[in-house]
Design a protein around this ligand. Sequence first.
Ligand code: ATR
Length: 295
Amino acid sequence: MEREISAHTGLLGLLGHPVGHSLSPYLQNRLAEIHDLDLCYLAFDVEQEQIGDALRGAYALEVRGMNVTVPHKQAVREYLAAEDEFAAKIGAVNTLKHEEDGWHGYNTDMPGFLNALKDDGVELKGRRVVILGAGGAANAVLCGVLSSAPERVLLYNRSPENAQALMSRLSAFYPQVEAAVVKEAADLPEAMGGGADDWIAIQTTSLGMAPNVDALLIKDRDFYRRIETGYDIVFNPADTAFMKAVRASGAGKRSFNGLKMLLYQGLRSFEIWTGAVTGQEDARELLAGMAERLK
Ligand code: ATR
């Protein structure tokens, strides 16, 4: 149907630096179309020192909602009137909603990650999960994993002190989960267990992203042999070195990239702003549209 911007059109936006390659404008504007809502979503490239001004200005202009991306997910927290449980635990906000008393902050990266797994039929409950990386993405992923009653969780990162800090902070919220940091990559296969081959592995670093498509945090085949299902948050290229390494380690292995996680965090943000829930069929079309735009 024909959409026309009028004096009634509501504004949504993205706050980040840089934002030039973001798929969110495509995704969110398509969602407005699909749900027949008079909304327009634009990307705003804002530098760190302008965050406060940008948020105050956007609020005064009645911007309905915003996504927040790198590097502002932590910095926006000091301008909020309220934040949800996940944002508080993770310490990062990727969604803002305009409310009477100011901006309310949410983290939809974590539910987005969990919903993507659910859609792929991957259940974390009772499973053994190894997470690679300890940056911003690992924060939401580890929180999502710990909240899903896994049997056991291992975290490995190039800098063990970052892994330890992240694990200590988040595992305090989930003391019932058996979770540990592995300091040396060489110790991973043993920590995962001799005959094990049923681990879920989640790669949360930026390694392997185009143009450095061959970069791989762990090269040891003994590590990959223990993995049944691999997730890479990287989605460009669509088939990453990590995903290939998982599949090459044995028959019946599955691997997924991070595009669906990005889609589902966006669907949840749109739901927070508008109340509109997106169905499976539309979600599939949007995923294909996003993949198309990466080519
Ligand atoms: P973020 O914005 O998500 O915090 P980041 O600071 O670039 O991104 O780091 C993300 C993750 O990628 C971290 O786990 C980081 O490891 P360190 O904590 O050791 O820095 C990891 N990472 C980035 N580049 C890496 C590289 N060349 N080798 C290994 N790990 C790397």
